[in-house]
Design a binder for this molecule. Sequence first.
Ligand SMILES: Nc1nc2c(c(=O)[nH]1)N[C@H]1C(S)=C(S)[C@@H](COP(=O)(O)O)O[C@H]1N2
Ligand SMILES: [Mo]
Length: 253
Amino acid sequence: MTVDKYILDEARKLLASRIHDSSRRQFLLRSLTLGGVAMLSGCGVSNDKHVETALASISRFNDQVQGWLFDPKALAPVYDESMITRPFPFNAFYGEDDAPSVEQATYRLEVTGLVADKRSWRLEELQAMAQTDQITRHICVEGWSAIGRWGGVRFSDFLKRVGADTGARFVGFKCADDYYTSIDMATALHPQTLLALTYDGQTLPRQYGFPMKLRMPTKLGYKNPKHIQAIFVTNTYPGGYWEDQGYNWFGGS
Ligand SMILES: Nc1nc2c(c(=O)[nH]1)N[C@H]1C(S)=C(S)[C@@H](COP(=O)(O)O)O[C@H]1N2
Ligand SMILES: [Mo]
């Protein structure tokens, strides 16, 4: 099979799996061309025949499709308190004992990039903002999911407070353990996206991301950064720890 045909086949499979309305799906599948995939992925797929380029094109095409299909108002399911998974599973690129210990007294959240107010934040200042909580399902690509209750500041409130340019494309995160990731602005502004400070009514425990994590029930586990130290708003693609190793960047759940 040629690389061109492979790219088109893979792109068709992705479209077929992501679009549930059958007439819309049929239309898009019929009208999809290699040029269309190349344009959407930003890769010159028809000139460069390398397999890596092909895979990168498909992944970026997938990001674009998920971006279009993301409904900024559709809510992820919420669950009853009795359905919370206890104990909640831990996951990171290291073992539980190696999760970072962040000191609240010296902790400062750095906020940079396309924001009007680049002042750093103390944890107490975030705790003083309006808080909300929700019980949602966390889905990890490693094959498990679990229901938990997270509380904190609606991320859209935080972005408004710092005067973020909400027309920018990305919000990036740097963590205390060298993890990093980035998300699309539509998801950053989604009503269920929380800058989570608590877990099950208690201060977020060390291994689950103290002092804060971004909790997004519309995205897979690896897109939810724990131990956030810096947040930045940008139009330059920031990538992520797993994303730069081939995981799909949009990472919708
Ligand atoms: N800082 C940081 N955040 C991270 C990770 C990590 O290794 N470091 N792992 C991610 C992955 S793959 C998952 S499934 C979840 C696990 O979160 P939990 O320990 O609260 O279950 O954190 C995500 N966020
Ligand atoms: Mo994960």
